[in-house]
Design a protein around this ligand. Structure first.
Ligand code: ADP
Length: 485
């Protein structure tokens, strides 16, 4: 029997009923669940619940909040096997990717658990005699989060957990493509952990209904921030609307994520880092590497070693723990891959490996000698799939210029045997994240992940304090004032 999922509002699951939409396994179209098609009424109820829960949650003592977060981390780990299966059947995630997300999620919960003990502000000196100035950091209120289908489990935690750790309450609108692993399963976990009613709410919506739900968030005075993880295309629509509502936005968007392999790099390490960085989750993560610039002296050897390694990755049903490359999320993703591979080949590119899908299973695909102008190599549009372009360079400065000639600026890698040289390049690279001798996907829960330019605004980890709190100034004078009139 197919599960029918409900919304999670004010600490309870709404009665199933009304319209639903099918959530299907991207591998074989089997129905995984029927999810509730939320309406503006559901969204408004969720916002009202979050607003009502805000004062108590914002003022909860640090130890009480800490206990909840730690308990949730334990529940995440206890449910590992079930979560691995859910991420496989709903989102096509391999075991390698889902366990990576589970580890990061538990780590983030445990780190955020302690943030309630951070200093609540500063006491500043004033130039006015007898005046004390208090700067107090306060949560914003209700944060409405849009969670994506890719990296669904971890990215959903990141979308609501960080605001909650700083005292905000939340409403989540999960992706239509994976509502369970991008929000509903989190509600089960937080409910079991004993989070107060209304502190966390989830409203799912059928494809096509997102804009109406979003409008409820923009219209509500209680919603003080929209936290969006997704494509820059949708972010531009939401950003325009947020401008009219004068509402704060935090955006975690896509990236082009170049890798530069210098002539002194360790070839075997570079091959491993690029395989992982480019092909984890079939290239459907914002931090996957899309293009590698490799010093010409290493180019041919690198390409053949990389090609051999990626061909050894098992492609198939991700419920098989040996499988590394599962299906792409939908037909549109396959079509986008086909179109871009064909576009490059038509222009004279060389196909090293991959290039043809079997259903939605698209093997890792590598192109070299891609002429300028091909869609996949321009850097202006992220190819959200297992497609990697490799280019030999003679002039490092030219390669660096080209690698940054993109609207995106999320992550980049420099592979080199000379760490000081790597650090020097990294420091002048225009990107939110640059790793020296690690893949573009080298995330950790504690590190401030986030982009510059069209890759977004805001950072994860502790630095999200700046995104999800605001400061209030209070002064207190103990001497009579001196006034000019
Ligand atoms: P993807 O296309 O990869 O799913 P998007 O960034 O386009 O990623 O969408 C992510 C989220 O944005 C989803 O939850 C979706 O429902 C929502 N969304 C898409 N279009 C709109 C829109 N016009 N208004 C509000 N939300 C939207």
């Amino acid at each position: 029997m197919t599960t029918t999922t409900s919304h999670f509002i004010n600490g309870s699951w709404t009665e199933p009923g009304g319209r639903t939409f099918a959530v299907s396994n991207p591998l074989n179209d089997e129905i995984v669940a029927e999810a509730a098609s939320g309406t503006v009424v559901d969204a408004a109820a969720a916002v009202a619940a979050a607003a009502a829960a805000f004062p108590a949650w914002a003022n909860m003592g640090p130890s009480a909040r800490q206990a909840l977060f730690l308990k949730a981390a334990d529940i995440v780990e206890r449910r590992t096997e079930e979560l691995v299966r859910l991420m496989a059947v709903e989102g096509g995630a391999s075991r390698a990717f889902s366990t990576f997300q589970i580890r990061l999620s538990a780590a983030m919960l445990r780190q955020a658990a302690g943030w309630g003990y951070l200093p609540a502000g500063d006491v500043l000196r004033s130039d006015t005699p007898g005046r004390m100035a208090l700067v107090t950091r306060k949560p914003l209120g209700v944060v409405a989060g849009f969670t994506p289908w890719n990296g669904a489990f971890y990215l959903a935690w990141r979308t609501f957990l960080l605001p909650m750790a700083f005292g905000n309450t939340t409403v989540i609108k999960p992706s239509e493509l994976a509502p369970m692993s991008s929000g509903l399963v989190h509600a089960e976990i937080l409910q079991e952990a004993g989070f107060p009613a209304g502190s966390f709410n989830v409203v799912t919506n059928a494809p096509g209904d997102a804009a109406a739900i979003a409008e409820v968030f923009f219209e509500s005075l209680a919603v003080r921030c929209i936290n969006f993880t997704g494509s820059d295309k949708t972010a531009r629509i939401l950003g325009e609307r947020a401008g009219r509502a004068l509402k704060r936005m935090v955006l975690e968007l896509g990236g082009f994520n170049p890798v530069i392999i210098l002539d002194d790099a360790d070839l075997a390490e570079s091959v491993k880092a690029v395989t992982f960085g480019a092909f984890l989750h079939q290239g459907q993560v914002c931090m996957n590497s899309r293009k590698v610039y490799v010093a010409r002296a290493l180019h041919d050897e690198f390409v053949s070693a990389l090609s051999a390694r990626v061909q050894s990755l098992k492609v198939g049903d991700p419920t098989d723990p040996e499988v590394i490359i599962g299906p792409l999320i939908n037909d549109a993703a396959v079509e986008q891959m086909d179109l871009r591979v064909q576009d490059a080949l038509d222009r004279g590119a060389t196909l090293v490996t991959g290039g043809h899908a079997d259903g939605r299973l698209y093997p890792p695909t590598i192109l070299t000698r891609v002429p300028a102008g091909a869609i996949c190599t321009t850097g202006s549009d992220e190819t959200f799939g297992p497609l990697l372009v490799i280019e030999a360079f003679d002039d490092l400065e030219e390669a660096l210029r080209d690698a940054q000639d993109t609207p995106y600026g999320l992550s980049a890698s420099i592979m080199t045997g000379d760490r000081a040289r790597g650090l020097d390049i990294a420091q002048r690279f225009d990107s939110g994240i640059v790793h020296v001798n690690a893949p573009t996907m080298a995330s950790e829960a504690s590190l401030p992940v986030g982009g510059v330019k069209a890759s977004g605004w805001g950072r994860s980890g502790y630095y999200s304090l700046e995104d999800f709190t605001e400061i209030r100034l209070t002064t207190m004078s103990s001497e009579p004032g001196r006034y000019p009139f």
